[in-house]
Design a protein around this ligand. Structure first.
Ligand code: FES
Length: 156
């Protein structure tokens, strides 16, 4: 696992923020763009957003922590989301989670030290007919089996 400080090129920040109307209604859209660019919401970006939109930093933090799509810590290039909703749980999600955690050497909620993978456990992702389901970034993998879980990580 790593929560190592990651250095970033923040020179893009003003441009990312300026692409949207400079009013509080743009807050979520701007945070989404920043999350896409850096794969998390760096503190510098939250401060710059608060200043540009003239909203309190506390408001920006509360939005950033409210939505699961946002992260305040750096994530890996590939975020592996293991669904543990009821349908997936019944069909062996826990075993798949064990397999993926063992393979990557990290637990759910952690990121590999090379910043390649993060693992998350999520509730139903709306594809119960395909259970058990694992997402790698936005790509759905259904009918995952213990012996195919590692392959998903290679394929992305
Ligand atoms: S419970 Fe996993 S997709 Fe619905």
């Amino acid at each position: 696992m790593s929560d190592t400080a990651v250095s970033h090129d923040f020179s893009k920040l003003p441009h990312l923020i300026a692409r949207h109307p400079q009013d509080p209604g743009s807050l979520i859209m701007i945070l989404q763009e920043i999350q896409r660019e850096y794969r998390y919401l760096p503190c510098e970006a939250l401060k710059a957003t608060a200043e540009a939109l003239n909203v309190p930093l506390s408001k920006v933090f509360s939005v950033a922590t409210f939505y699961n799509a946002f992260s305040l810590v750096p994530k890996g290039k590939r975020v592996v989301r293991i669904c543990t909703g009821t349908a997936c749980h019944i069909r062996g999600a826990a075993l798949i989670q064990d397999q993926i955690e063992n393979h990557l050497g990290i637990k759910a909620g952690q990121t590999t030290s090379d910043m390649e993978f993060s693992i998350e456990v999520v509730a139903c992702v709306g594809a119960c007919a395909m259970a058990p389901v694992v997402l790698v970034n936005d790509k759905y993998h259904g009918g995952v089996k213990v012996n195919t879980a590692k392959k998903i990580l290679k394929d992305g």
